[in-house]
Write a protein that binds this ligand. Sequence first.
Ligand code: ADP
Length: 620
Amino acid sequence: MAINNYLTENINALIVDLSPMPVFVCAGKNMVVEFANHATLKAWGKDSSIIGLPFNKALPELIDQPFFNLLIQVYSTGIPYYTESDQVVFLVKGQRKTFYYKFSYQPLKDEAENVWGVLCIASDVSELSLANKRAEESERRFKNLISKAPVALCVLKGTDFVLDVANEKILEIWGKTEEQVIDKPIFDGLPEARGQGLESLLNNVYNTGVPFFANEMSVELPKNGQVETKILNFGYHPYYEIDGAITGIMAAAIDVTEQVISRRATEEINRQLKSTQHRLELALKAGRLGAYERNLTNGTRIFSDQFKTNFGYLPDATIDINVLMDSIHADYRTAIEEIQARCLVEDYPFNIEFPVYWPDHSLHWIVLSGESNTNEKGDRIISGVTQDVTEQKRLQHQREEFISIASHELKTPLTSLSGTLQILDRVIKKDMHSQPLIKQMATASIVHLKKVTNLVNDLLNSTKIEQGQFVLNKTWFTLSELIDNCCDHIRLEGAYQLKTEGDLELQVFADEHKLDQVLVNFVNNAVKYAAESKEIIIRIERNNNTAKLIVEDFGNGIPNDKVLHLFDRFYRADNSGAQYSGLGLGLYICQQIITAHNGEIGVESEVGKGSKFWFTVPIK
Ligand code: ADP
């Protein structure tokens, strides 16, 4: 038989039979199993009874598998077939099991080169194949892990640093698509990154195996066709093979540009804040202003050194708030406690002047000003400044003394002068022969003297208020009568019409003389500063237990920003000094008088329309 001849000539049958590698021969177009060694029969799960049977009879269960068709193909074409690893399913103890075989199908030809059969030599590579599969799977998982990683990652292979894997995040940082960079040496795919020292860093890690980490490194990278500086935290790590050889670099990067920019901005703000604070401290120091902050909610407090100095303490002293309160003059403590109570419930700006006794018992005047608010935690905070005004107080007192003495001294001769002038005036008016010029001069002298007297009176009144020599002498009187009896000088002149309106019966219990002073001041001001308003209306209103008196003129009015200050001492709304005599004391004195009555004083004014000066006093 041809087959036996072939085998005898070429193969030692025994060796073949004992070989662990399956060897079989099929012949003819039906692929009759002519020979199958022991390893083949074992793999097929058959015994030698199948020898001599066509393939589809011998192994019907394998007929639908590719390798059967391959046999037919080699038989019919005469072209051998090789495979490194093909999948085959065999029945092992009745169960289908997958194997991988490396095999070759060799056409067997007779002398006439006609294919008469196929020799198959196979080797089971299932283990190897599975190991490869597992390695592939692990590679796939690794790549998947990289692509899904929340940080930017890539793997560069070889000394050219060919980009093997890159996830979306790193492509985003680079401003590249996968096609632009993958499988290319990194500096070809990303030429923008050249020349920034990264090449030598990569080489170093590759050659030494020592990883490299960079914090907040600025790297120029492309963005929308332009080069942009990105700030990155990144690391290069050697990429090891199982045998320990370094075959590449694994790079990880986090784009921290935004965080770093915002942190740097915060740092800059903090720096500016510090410098502002420093300047503020210098200003406070130069002005010898103490600074404080009290958290009313949790009781914490900060006092600057100057604050402590203002209260007579050494800078390193610890301040007990109760001791501090006790050092304040008793007359002012309630007012300060009231401020504190208001600060607890509302945003309240305050300014208060009070004397304190230093620990050495000396008396000092302090101005405490500040404002309360709520901090971001919801705590109530009072903060502000203190100033030692003892010296100013002393000078102010000296000035008051001087004004008081000077105006007193002036008052006596002025009174005599006024009397003399009035007599002189009467005499001149009676004298038929006196010159008109002399008459005019006498009248003018009286007017001027009146002005000087008013100024001196204002000065005297204001110092009396300051020095506390201010006593109210209250009686019952009718407000309309007060109005009727006041301002004769204006009524007699006849240039202005004073109209009284409202509750003409209303009586109040107050210091008539002092309220007259307020009213006269209002009316005089209307004549002085609203000279074009020929009509002046005085209105009396009753509101529950208070009486309100309003003096309305139709002059030029007062701008809003000035209205706020009208009642301040020495304040004059315009530079009317040259035109109208006055010291800016009239309304200040009025305010003191009304405050002493527990009343209120104010003005409503509209530029171009006129002003309504008003005050209220309790009826009783
Ligand atoms: P003085 O009259 O001595 O300047 P006052 O305290 O009486 O001081 O008044 C303060 C300022 O208020 C005045 O200088 C004036 O500019 C302004 N003023 C007062 N009354 C009126 C008014 N009726 N119309 C316009 N301005 C007024």
